[in-house]
Design a protein around this ligand. Structure first.
Ligand code: ZN
Length: 242
């Protein structure tokens, strides 16, 4: 079974459309979405509409919860908070009820799914090996798929050793035996200085994790952000991949 892993589309419809066109070519057996459908970008309802019937499992992310008004956004930076409040006003009843029905943690075929991390599925960023290590210790899972950082990553643990690396080979990586935390990166707002949209596939049979980077018309997403009156910095950062 080839699993397609989507995360953090963040209301960026041009990026999502480019990724979905690539998904059509790759034809994973199952698609999952690890959350943050909305926030930052200007097309929240369109993005939810494009994904709602495609994903076998969909999670809610911290930005979705912020747009629903169900988490405190005082920890958000100013631009993220402005985008959350803007999004709150844009959500249709249909989008809102879809997001309200989601959880930040899920499971599929024995895989753990978390928006953020296994020990804190809403907020924690698994950005380095010490945080990954703490997560391997805190919860009992073999393979966990996470999003939230917007940076593709592999964390691998065998016996008492945890290693982490950036999976930038589009050939895919065959991972040896051991426990894993895998992150596909972000569709709608990559933060590894590569502005291309990111998604990934995982094949549990040969333990192959493949990150795919997709060019998309960034100017279209930027124009939509500016036209919506959202902070211009949210448009600028898309071109920088940060
Ligand atoms: Zn996010």
């Amino acid at each position: 079974m080839l699993l397609g892993i989507l995360s953090d589309p963040h209301a960026n419809l041009p990026a999502l459309e480019a990724v979905l066109a690539d998904v059509e070519g790759v034809r994973p057996d199952v698609l999952i979405c690890l959350g943050d459908f909305v926030g930052y970008g200007a097309q929240p309802n369109e993005v939810v509409e494009a994904l709602r019937d495609r994903c076998a499992v969909a999670l809610v992310g911290n930005h979705d919860l912020a747009a629903l008004g169900s988490v405190d956004i005082s920890d958000f930076n100013r631009h993220a908070a402005m985008a959350a409040l803007w999004t709150r006003d844009q959500l249709t009843h249909r989008t809102r009820s879809f997001l309200e029905g989601l959880e930040p943690r899920g499971v599929i075929e024995g895989l753990e799914l978390d928006h953020a991390s296994p020990r804190d599925p809403v907020w924690e960023y698994v950005l380095d090996t010490s945080i990954a290590d703490a997560n391997f210790s805190a919860r009992d899972f073999e393979v966990a798929l996470v999003g939230h950082t917007h940076v593709p990553a592999v964390f691998w643990r065998k016996e008492n050793r945890t290693m982490g690396f950036a999976p930038n080979s589009e050939e895919g990586i065959d991972l040896p035996d051991g426990r894993l935390i895998l992150n596909p990166g972000a569709i709608g707002q990559p933060r590894d200085e590569d502005p291309r949209a990111s998604w990934a596939t995982w094949d549990p049979r040969d333990r192959r994790f493949t990150v795919r980077r997709i060019e998309y018309p960034i100017a279209l997403a930027q124009r939509a952000i500016r036209a919506a009156g959202l902070p211009g910095a949210l448009a600028d950062r898309l071109a920088q991949g940060w």
